[in-house]
Design a protein around this ligand. Structure first.
Ligand code: PMP
Length: 425
């Protein structure tokens, strides 16, 4: 019989080491918020394929929609012969995006591609080149998106040079000594010292930094950033690749902002486990690039569009936005109970069901506990719970469990987290 060890050996020989792997486990089957490995071992999945499985592994309605689509056609390339699911999904996402202006949507395949295209569209509309991103931000692994990403190791190491005219301002992070005013001041400093405001096309910001550590952008920061943007004709791009598709309690996290962004990128959970990404935004901005300027062979695959329409229906049928909020409350409460007896847990935070704990040596926020974080994640896996870490210092444990998971499963996962801390004490 196949074992994880045997597959790991083959993987190491056949796949480059640059492709990381959080757990030495190979899946055989997944259902909702549980997976079974090739040795028959069960795991609770609190990682959701990095925020891709808000509707769980193999949601029956998503699988049915994909199966139905497979019987009809699987590919034409939308730019050659078009199909209704692409248009219908665009209409649905346009209606969900905040702001009074009419919207349009472009589909692609990966999150990085969505961000690349948002930058292209913003440059085309403004006829400017500069982009200001934020420290600790993550936007993908292509060269432009790596340029935007605000953390060197391991993402950018050895891969430069990156595209010019990208600047990084400070992301507000009071826990680590950066106030909203500090962050806005750093934006103004870039506009004074590095690039004229009238050469900046856009700010790109995550409503909650994902890979960077689950830090929520405060509403007053977004309001301040938008005021600077409006003063200089700069666009605001919300990168919702990780926060979008209902993770934070609203379909888009930016629905909770005091102002609407001009462009929104989504991917990950949008199509419930199938590769699909989108740029949704103001129609006048989206229409800036000329005919033939946007697209891609697989962009907006009919299989993925059918899956995404089923995801939207599942959100309605199962009231998953409401569930995202109650799930977040239950997770935060459970984690706070664990934190009460565990000094290393220095912060419990989140927006909706995008929840994390941050670990410090002896609770001192100047001493991020990356090693303990690694050990907690490994200990939990040994006890049957798949967790993921994140954060600029590698000291954050994040939870991205399917919104379709039951309270009983959440509690089972929380108990494993508590036991893992206890075992390491
Ligand atoms: N933006 C954000 C905010 C992300 O979290 C990610 C993926 N972690 C990306 C972009 C890149 O998406 P992908 O890996 O699908 O290219």
């Amino acid at each position: 019989p196949t074992t994880n060890t045997a597959l790991m050996a083959r993987r190491q020989a056949a796949v480059p080491r640059g492709v990381g792997q959080a757990h030495p486990v190979f899946i055989a089957r997944g259902a909702n918020a549980e997976i079974w490995d090739v040795e028959g071992r069960r795991y609770i999945d609190f990682a959701g394929g990095i925020a891709v499985l808000n509707t769980g592994h193999c949601h029956p309605a998503v699988i049915d929609a994909v199966r139905e689509q497979l019987e009809l056609y699987t590919h034409t390339c939308f730019q050659v012969v078009a199909y209704e699911p692409y248009v219908e999904l665009a209409e649905r996402l346009n209606a969900l995006a905040p702001g009074q202006a009419p919207k349009k949507t472009l589909f692609l395949t990966t999150g990085a591609e969505a961000v690349e295209n948002a930058v292209k569209i913003a440059r085309s509309y403004t006829r400017r080149g500069g982009i200001i991103a934020f420290t600790g931000g993550y936007h993908g692994r292509t060269l432009m998106t790596l340029g935007l990403t605000g953390k060197v190791a391991p993402y950018k190491s050895g891969f430069g040079p990156f595209p010019a005219e990208v600047f990084h301002a400070a992301f507000p992070n009071p826990l680590h000594g950066v106030s909203v005013e500090d962050a806005l001041a750093s934006v103004r400093t870039i506009l004074k010292n590095d690039i004229e405001p009238d050469r900046v096309a856009a700010f790109i910001v995550e409503p909650v930094q994902g890979e960077g550590g689950f830090y929520v952008a405060p509403p007053e920061f977004i309001a301040g950033l938008k005021a600077i943007a409006d003063e200089h004709g700069i666009l605001l791009i919300a990168d919702e690749v990780q926060t979008g598709a209902g993770r934070t309690g609203t379909w888009y996290a930016c629905e909770q902002w005091p102002v609407a962004p001009d462009l929104i990128t989504t991917a990950k959970s949008l199509a419930g486990g199938f590769p699909l990404s989108a740029v949704t935004g103001r129609a006048d901005v989206m229409d800036a690039p000329g005919p033939g300027g946007l697209g891609g062979t697989y962009a907006g695959s009919p299989i993925a569009c059918a899956a995404a329409l089923a995801v939207l229906k599942a959100f309605e049928d199962q009231k998953l936005l409401e569930r995202s909020r109650t799930m977040g409350q239950r997770l935060v409460k459970g984690l706070k109970e664990i934190a009460a007896g565990e000094p290393a847990i220095g912060d419990v935070r989140g927006l909706g069901a995008m929840v994390a704990i941050e670990l410090f040596e002896g609770g001192d926020p100047h001493r991020p506990a990356a090693d303990l974080t690694r050990r907690v994640v490994a200990e939990a896996a040994a006890r049957g719970l798949i967790l993921l870490s994140c954060g600029s210092y590698g000291n954050v444990v994040r939870i991205l469990v399917p919104l379709t998971a039951s309270d009983a499963l959440l509690d089972e996962g929380l108990a494993i987290i508590a036991d893992s801390f206890a075992a390491l004490r």
